[in-house]
Design a protein around this ligand. Sequence first.
Ligand SMILES: Nc1ncnc2c1ncn2[C@@H]1O[C@H](COP(=O)(O)OP(=O)(O)OP(=O)(O)O)[C@@H](O)[C@H]1O
Length: 371
Amino acid sequence: MHDGSGRVVVQNLTKTFGQVLAVQNLSFTVEPGSVTGFLGPNGAGKTTTLRMLLGLVTPTAGHATINGQPFHHLGNPARVVGAVLEAQSFHPQRSARNHLRVYAAAIGMPDQRVEEVLHLVGLRDAGQRSVGGFSMGMRQRLALATALLGDPQVLVLDEPSNGLDPEGIVWLRTFLQGFARQGRTVLVSSHLLSEVEQTVEQVVILSRGQAMYYGPLDQLRKAQQSRVIVRPADAPQLTAKLEEAGHTNIEQLPEGVLAVAGVEPEQVGDLALEAGVAIYGMHTQQADLEQIFFQMTSGQFSGAQLNPASPQFQQQFQQQLHQQYQQQQMQPQYQQQPQQPYQQPPSGWPQPPAQQPEQQQWQRPQDGGQQ
Ligand SMILES: Nc1ncnc2c1ncn2[C@@H]1O[C@H](COP(=O)(O)OP(=O)(O)OP(=O)(O)O)[C@@H](O)[C@H]1O
């Protein structure tokens, strides 16, 4: 029997499809009581991992358990875990209520539970309507209602925000947080951190089948950092003045530009004035959470799991900022008027990595894919 803990454990999970290494030695634990985001760009291996967790795909190596048991050993799994993996197909002529009644009967739940879940997902008034006329968002709600029929302890949702309007997204967020606050477990995948940023407390960030980060979202937030980019008339003189004032985290950028970390722009301005050094331009360069996410999932860290507080992460992060600055310098828009004081370089951070060629070509088989 399962241990009733509500814990989801993924241990050394690996899945290959022919030559494609979809998931590589992946390990993480999802605890009850909070919403965990399972994040990664398209093709990172999220769906494959969730399908292995739910017993739909056989792992090449490793294992995944819910309540201490593999999915197949859960007894009546719908009473333990509710899952929505992709936009589900519903019989178009059947009403939402009848659809739910069929599933409720299959897992031994009374019709009363159907009314409860219709209410929970906000579909009570639409219960009599044929599903064929449902919007994408209503179908998502119905899929969620189906997953909730067994009053499960664990919810696993693959990209549940797809098709939801902004109001639906806020509703889903409130629902999932409330569900987790009851001491239940929620694992929700997304390829956009911004989409789930306000919903999740823990994150597992996946890139090319490997965990890049696994822990509290707050810890990632703390890794946000800014630095002052300044273009002085005399870089060595300003550097000396800054160092004298204890600001030693200074990087020399091309064309006499300095990047100074751990300092406010006002301090740089005051010190420049004291040193008698003219300033031709200054701005603050800041990384937000989404940029950190893009950086982690761009594949450049060759799969190492990095702690944002670690020196390697910080070092690579600084390199990224440096490269970004150089790219900005090369944009004609900025080069045309480089001497104007306080001109902001064009904003624009590294964009999400382009899809890998094999991901663009590959179409998920409807049925009978290589498993
Ligand atoms: N049945 C399959 N047969 C062959 N390759 C597969 C199969 N399922 C997944 N893959 C490959 O495994 C890799 C991971 O795919 P997966 O669908 O798990 O990623 P994902 O993170 O869920 O992406 P998305 O956000 O696009 O759904 C991809 O390279 C994909 O092409």
